[in-house]
Each structure stands twice: as structure tokens, then as C-alpha cells.
Design a protein around this ligand. Structure first.
Ligand SMILES: [Zn+2]
Length: 251
């Protein structure tokens, strides 16, 4: 199977789905981590193209830790919009990658880049399987399975908790997940300068511990399967992950 993660910025996939991607990679599946942008506005001191170059390397390094490929769709931070050209770009990317399963951003999240990425990916999966939606690459035979990651801190844009459909126990691969996030050294340093404490890794760990508690395991990641008509409804990701999939307990 080919599992493709498409999130907005370098580090989002590592924070919200890195452990699950590590489990899937360890089980022998092909993984591609796509970021919509190269994180070009993620610095106060370094110019946009310079920080973008640094962050592409960081994202590639993080992906390589689990043997995953990395692709950047080359949008720009705070410039992701749900227009025709953007959808065509994402459809063509999806047709080139031919995923079986796609993991993307939550539909409601703290930042428009995340929400628009989610909508673009959802709609592009539908279009990617429509032969008369023409791009350079031929249409897919069917719509891939779609799963949403958690929003950041599990909250929608109005601060309401978003319940996951299921939680993946990532405890066995947590050190790998932490190393993937630590590969984003420029962001860790940026946040350390801003907050005065090294809370980049700590915040991720606290979040995974909270999701883990909801499932009775040490570290967890939450997902929701998008099953709107006519997207595939079989629990394909859950089947690949087997015993690592936990339901929530009293969340
Ligand atoms: Zn982001």
C-alpha cells in the first residue's frame, strides 16, 4: 500500500501523524509525506526563500527517518486558497502519487492554511478519480481512502474539542516520532527563542500523552475516517494498523 500524508506545513504531519506513519513504514508500506508549503514564513530572522530551503531539507530528513519520500507542493505559507488552480495542482499531485490511503489536515483547525488544505485534498481526491477532470496525468481508478488527522491540540477554531474516530497507539515508535519532529531544528530553535523554553518536543509529547490517556495507552494519535458519499467506507487504515488501533475510553 502507498500511504500519503498531505498537510499544510513542514512539521504538521510529524506532530499529528508521525507515529502512525512510522508504524505503517515499519510494516512495509510505502509512505510519502507532502507539505503544501516549504514553511517559508516560519522565521523572524531568515528570509522566505532561505528558510524554505532549510525547511525542505529538514522535512526530507524527517521523512527519511522512516524511509518515506518527501514532496513539497510549493504553495506558500498563508497563501493557500481554495481556487481552481490550487485544486488542479493538488489533483495532479495525487494522480502522480497514486495513494491507496491519504491522511490530511482536520477540516476545522486553528489556521486557514490547515482548513483549506483539508478541503483541497478532500475535493482533489474526488476529482482525481474523474476522467473528464483532465490534468497531465491520467485519472485514478477510484477515490483513495481519506482520513483526517487531529486539529492542533484537538481543538477546532472556536476551541471546542474534536473527538477522534479512533486512536492509534504509537508508544512503540514514539522515539522515532520524536526524532522526526526534532529534525525540524529551525522550528525548534525559533520557538525556543520565542518562548524561552524548549517546548516544541514537549508540547507534542504532552499532546500524544493526552490522546494516549483517552485510549488507555501511553502515547496516541487520533484520526477520523471521512466516509461522505462516495468516498470509500471500508476501514482500510484501521486494518493495516491492526492491534495498534484503539477506541476511545470515556473521552
Ligand atoms: Zn501547520
Amino acid at each position: 500500500m502507498h500511504i500519503v500524508s498531505i498537510h499544510a506545513h513542514p512539521d504538521d504531519a510529524e506532530i499529528l501523524g508521525g507515529g502512525t506513519l512510522a508504524l505503517l513504514a515499519a510494516a512495509g508500506h510505502a509512505i510519502t509525506i507532502v507539505t503544501m508549503t516549504p514553511g517559508d514564513k516560519g522565521s523572524d530572522e531568515i528570509g522566505p526563500e532561505e528558510i524554505a530551503a532549510i525547511r525542505r531539507v529538514e522535512a526530507m530528513t524527517a521523512a527519511a527517518l522512516i524511509g518515506a519520500d518527501y514532496r513539497c507542493a510549493e504553495f506558500r505559507d498563508l497563501e493557500i486558497f481554495p481556487d481552481h488552480a490550487s485544486r488542479r495542482t493538488v489533483v495532479e499531485l495525487i494522480r502522480q502519487l497514486r495513494p491507496d490511503i491519504v491522511l490530511t489536515a482536520a477540516p476545522s483547525d486553528y489556521l486557514a492554511d490547515h482548513e483549506i488544505t483539508s478541503a483541497l485534498v478532500r475535493d482533489a481526491l474526488f476529482a482525481a478519480a474523474a476522467p473528464n477532470y483532465r490534468t497531465a496525468t491520467a485519472a485514478l481508478p477510484s477515490i483513495p481512502h481519506l482520513y483526517f488527522m487531529d486539529p492542533i491540540e484537538g481543538l477546532d477554531r472556536e476551541g471546542r474539542r474534536v473527538a477522534p474516530g479512533f486512536i492509534v497507539d504509537v508508544t512503540p515508535v514514539f522515539e522515532t516520532k520524536r526524532a522526526m519532529l526534532a529534525a525540524h531544528a529551525s522550528q525548534r530553535a525559533w520557538l525556543m527563542r520565542r518562548h524561552g523554553i524548549d517546548d516544541y518536543l514537549r508540547a507534542m509529547e504532552a499532546w500524544c500523552a493526552e490522546r494516549g490517556r483517552e485510549a488507555g495507552v501511553r502515547y496516541g494519535e487520533g484520526f477520523r475516517h471521512y466516509t461522505g458519499h462516495p468516498y470509500p467506507r471500508t476501514p482500510r487504515l484501521e486494518q493495516l494498523l491492526g492491534d495498534a488501533v484503539k477506541s476511545t475510553i470515556g473521552a
